[in-house]
Design a protein around this ligand. Structure first.
Ligand code: HEM
Length: 535
């Protein structure tokens, strides 16, 4: 019992050691000098000009001037909460990750839910993908599961991410619109990138207007690896399942709430936790044996594909309970830095080309967003286990390293940090065999853009289909360029001809709509001749 409570509160204790309660204290400058007047600047005469010599005025205004940091380039608007995770039974058969071995261990977590497109001050209930990022503070170091509430993604290769984001962010000339997919550039991107069709079907569905952060699923999206103590690896996909079930708003509600209470989702989560309501998600995994990598009619490395749950069932492995609001939004929620590359022994990457690019992007962006290379020292980002290495200096360095030596292998100082063997817990990458020519191309196995989009559409109830159709009509109806509207209709006629015809008649696309449903030959101008002949 003692072990449990120590682990559950270890992150809280660590954070508490940094918190500051000013109550009952005398006001001072940041140098500790007691302040005698906080309402009047120093002047030459009662009605005279202010003096440059007023160090207190300068300090106070200078600090205020720099209170803002850059918002995240995507997922700028979000809300974070603390909690803990417990595995239901040991997963030793599949992974050696320590936090997945012992059901009595409560691993502290910090979760940040977010929208993707809007700026920090945008509304909560817009039609958008939601981020679902979890930092597990394990005894072997931080493990981040940086997921979304939709199981697939718009693109197959990270090199397209800047283009995708430029297309859905406000248009550069007028910064319109904020936080919506209803504009020309987004749909132009979709029309010219047919790999986005599956994700767009999800984005037009009720999944993109959740009722609450407490009522949505989360997905790691990419294929990862589990590796067990014997070195055996399996492919794995991660799922969060909300105990409250999946619930959505309807579009009319979402729009009204966006006007009346733009903070709807953060307020809902904050209040639920303040009222002591359980906010719980179960963690599930789908696993594919290494030898079954090529057994499916989709490529398991393609992030625009999900693994059908009827074929590869989700095994529920544990539960996350969110139960504590942060003390300070900026210090915790704004400064938290997630990174899909933060892994622990027993969890490894796959060659998904979208994941591979993400492994570069997060720490790179955080260098700017959080002001230099020492953001791991910010309290919310610190692991609960000790960390030691020879990295030093840089902006905002907090640690005061002792001794003359700051390099590995030396004869001058005893006991400088040494590496660990795999048996001692050192992280060793899974020795996947790789070979091939250096090429800038995509595997043919990534070429089927429509089967799963069609499967998604066919799995919907009539009401859900009606909502998807209305969403398409609303969003595509806002596109000013008629050519783009036509291209979008053409693209979705590959998914469902009736759906495409309905969209066309609602958004003013005249003339005949080709039925591409029965064939897989694409008309999209974005596809090269080579791809066309393959499909
Ligand atoms: C945030 C890049 C794809 C989930 C971010 C941020 C960047 C980024 C730069 C801001 C991070 C920060 O400032 O701290 C990329 C790139 C991608 C990609 C380059 C593709 C190549 C994805 C995918 C998912 C995802 C596929 C979901 C599986 C998230 C989440 C956040 C985020 C949840 C917000 C984290 C937070 O709450 O702080 N991404 N992303 N991203 N990304 Fe991605």
């Amino acid at each position: 019992q003692e072990k449990k409570s120590v682990e559950e509160t270890s992150k809280k204790k660590q954070l508490d050691s940094f918190t500051k309660d000013n109550n009952g204290q005398k006001m001072t400058t940041n140098q500790g000098l007691k302040v005698s007047d906080d309402e009047n600047s120093l002047k030459a005469g009662e009605r005279g000009p202010s003096l440059l010599e007023d160090f207190y005025l300068r300090e106070k205004i200078m600090h205020f001037d720099h209170e803002r940091i850059p918002e995240r380039v995507v997922h700028a608007r979000g809300y974070g909460v603390h909690g803990y995770f417990q595995v239901y039974e040991s997963l030793a058969e599949f992974t050696k990750a320590k936090f997945l071995q012992d059901p009595s261990v409560k691993t502290p977590v910090f979760v940040r839910f977010s929208t993707v497109a809007g700026s920090r001050g945008s509304g909560d209930t817009v039609r958008d993908v939601r981020g679902f990022a979890t930092k597990f503070y394990t005894e072997e170091g931080n493990y981040d599961l940086v997921g979304n509430n939709i199981p697939v993604f718009f693109i197959q290769d990270a090199i397209k991410f800047p283009d995708l984001v430029h297309s859905f962010k406000p248009e550069p000339n007028n910064e319109i619109p904020q936080a919506q997919t209803a504009h020309d550039t987004f749909w132009d991107f979709v029309a010219n990138n047919p790999e986005s069709a599956h994700m767009v079907m999800w984005a037009m569905s009720d999944r993109a207007i959740p009722r609450s952060y407490r009522m949505m699923e989360g997905f790691g999206v990419h294929t990862f690896r589990f590796v067990n103590q014997e070195g055996k690896s399996r492919f794995v996909k991660f799922h969060w399942k909300p105990k409250l079930g999946v619930r959505s708003l309807v579009w009319d509600e979402a729009q009204k709430i966006a006007g009346k209470d733009p903070d709807f989702h953060r307020r809902d989560l904050y209040e639920a936790i303040e009222m002591g309501q359980a906010v719980e998600f179960e963690l599930g995994v789908q696993m594919i044996e290494e030898e079954d990598e090529f057994r499916f009619d989709f490529d398991i490395l393609d992030p625009t594909k999900l693994w059908p749950e009827e074929v590869i069932p989700v095994k529920i492995i544990g539960k996350m309970t969110l139960n504590r609001n942060p003390d300070n939004y900026f210090a915790e929620t704004e400064q938290v830095a997630f990174h899909p590359g933060n892994v622990v022994p027993g969890i490894d990457f796959s060659n998904d080309p979208l994941l591979q690019g993400r492994l570069f992007s997060y720490t790179d962006t955080q260098l700017t967003r959080l002001g230099g290379p020492n953001f791991h020292e910010i309290p919310i980002n610190r692991p609960v286990c000790p960390f030691h290495n020879h990295q030093n200096d840089g902006y905002h360095r907090m640690t005061i390293n002792k001794g003359p030596v700051s390099y590995h292998k030396n004869s001058l100082q005893n006991n400088t940090p040494a590496t660990s063997t795999e048996e001692e817990g050192g992280y060793v990458h899974y020795q996947e065999k790789v070979e091939g020519r250096k090429v800038r191309t995509r595997s043919d196995s990534f070429n089927d853009y429509f089967s799963q989009a069609k499967m998604f559409w066919n799995s919907m109830t009539d009401v859900e289909k009606e909502h998807i159709l209305s969403a398409f009509c609303f969003e595509v109806g806002k596109v000013k360029n008629k050519g783009i509207r036509k291209q979008v209709v053409d693209l979705f006629s590959h998914v469902d001809y009736e759906l495409a015809k309905e969209i066309a008649s609602n958004v003013g696309v005249d003339g005949s709509i080709s039925n591409h449903e029965s064939t897989v030959t694409l008309n999209s101008p974005a596809l090269s001749q080579e791809t066309k002949s393959k499909s």
